[in-house]
Design a protein around this ligand. Structure first.
Ligand SMILES: [Zn+2]
Length: 438
């Protein structure tokens, strides 16, 4: 920080529902946006955007850093066997170095693809090392420590709630005051947590002012099992154990009843939509236009690498649109609403709407420059259409977080990409061996 940055001669798109400004500029001072519009100014670093699109950085609100290194494992399985046979054994086999490497890989992929903020759910151990990686990589976001005390027969990941809260205390002490990162509380889902675990976790989060994050109603089989166990539909059950409200983030919500939708709206509970994961695990199509119409805040995320396999918000935006059109017709979910979910909706979900999601004076200078001159984007001139349907993650020319350029001209500026590749190969091999999967 400290050095002024001026991006000039850009197509500046300050917010999803605002028009873009041709020949626009953005001035950054001390990591924050100081001026937006048509003006000239001096700065220590000046970038000529050459007419390319400058927009807010993308925000992925449901992702698992610790699973990035599992990419390609657990193919062609439904959710519950995918968890039990592959994802949980790999999570249990993680050590400090494999978590650090996995989180670094996830952050690198997000930076390359224009994602500048996130909400990640980690595993039940070593969350400290996901924080270390995200700190080093320079992104802004929330890292949720995962809580599981009943694991449906997978004992190695069961942790007593008292021990999990002690881990959260340590994370809070070390990272609670970080300028870019926040601690989140993430009971995994209703089937791997007791009611007491959920209740104690939600009380703890409220006592400390932390966000809650869990999975809900991803697949029909899961909804049925929750009903058998609790007598309630998933969202109703979560509400009964304190897991509803403006500070609660529910990933998926694919299979919900009308009364659950009303409950989500009344309690201002957030929904995180993961189209690729829902396609790949054959979960179904979430009723996103209905949620938006009911006033529910919906945002987007890639979920974990083994159920996607990319952490690419451009692909999530495109699929979010396509899946609703096949369900409701071609007029469903216009591109601007999708960009809103990928930016402002994400900022609201992680409680950082005053800091992120739009290019406004005083907000963090988190923004991306996206190529509008590629063969696959011309001749369209509507930025929303291009971003959702024409552009790809590889069209991101520059990624800026808090005024720092993290990616430029095809290169990462803060770390050695070759070393990361070597670390990923090495730790993946060791991890698979520890998990008994190689
Ligand atoms: Zn997930």
């Amino acid at each position: 920080m400290g050095r002024d940055l001026l991006i000039k001669n850009a197509l500046v798109w300050p917010a999803a529902r605002q028009p873009a400004i041709e020949n626009g500029s953005v001035l950054v001072r001390d990591g924050r946006i100081a001026k937006v519009g048509r003006f000239t100014a001096r700065a220590d670093v000046v970038v000529d955007a050459d007419g390319q699109l400058l927009m807010p950085g993308l925000i992925q609100t449901h992702i698992h850093f610790c699973q990035a290194i599992f990419r390609g494992a657990g193919e062609d399985l439904p959710l519950l066997p995918w968890l039990k046979k592959v994802v949980w054994p790999l999570e249990a086999a993680h050590d400090e170095d494999s978590i650090f490497t996995s989180a670094s890989l996830a952050c690198a992929e997000m930076i390359r693809g224009g994602t500048t903020s996130f909400f990640s759910i980690e595993t039940v151990r070593h969350t400290e090392h996901a924080f270390r990686a995200a700190d080093k990589m320079g992104l802004v976001g929330v890292i949720g420590h995962c809580l599981m005390d009943e694991t449906g027969g997978y004992a190695p990941l069961a942790v007593d709630i008292e021990d999990a809260l002690a881990d959260l205390d340590v994370l809070q002490e070390r990272w609670g005051g970080h300028e870019r990162l926040r601690v989140g509380v993430a009971p995994r889902f209703a089937l791997s947590c007791s009611g007491r675990n959920m209740r104690v976790a939600s009380d703890y989060a409220r006592e400390h002012g932390l966000l809650l994050h869990t999975h809900s109603s991803e697949q029909i089989e899961e909804v049925q099992l929750v009903r058998e166990r609790t007598g309630k539909y998933n969202v109703d059950y979560l509400h009964s154990v304190g897991m509803s409200g403006a500070d609660v983030c529910l990933a998926h919500c694919v299979h919900t009843q009308q009364q659950e939708r009303e409950l989500l709206a009344e309690t201002q509970t957030k929904v995180m939509h993961c189209p690729s994961a829902n396609f790949k695990l054959a979960s179904g199509i979430a009723p996103i236009p209905e949620y938006l119409k009911a006033g529910i805040t919906v945002s987007l995320g890639a979920d974990g690498a083994p159920c996607n396999n990319r952490l690419d918000q451009f692909m999530e935006m495109r699929e979010a649109g396509l899946m609703q059109k096949i369900r409701l017709g071609a007029e469903a979910l216009p591109a601007r609403d999708i960009v809103w979910m990928a930016t402002e909706g994400g900022a609201r979900t992680i409680g950082m709407e005053d800091e992120l999601g739009t290019l406004e004076v005083g907000k963090r200078a988190n923004m991306i420059l996206v190529d509008q001159s590629t063969i696959h984007t011309i001749p369209s001139t509507d930025p929303a259409t291009n971003i959702v349907y024409s552009n790809t993650a590889s069209d991101v020319l520059m990624t800026i977080v808090d005024g720092q350029i993290l990616f430029e001209d095809g290169h990462f500026t803060q770390f050695d990409e070759e070393k990361l590749r070597a670390d990923v190969r090495r730790h993946r091999q060791k991890l698979m061996k520890r998990a008994g999967l190689s």
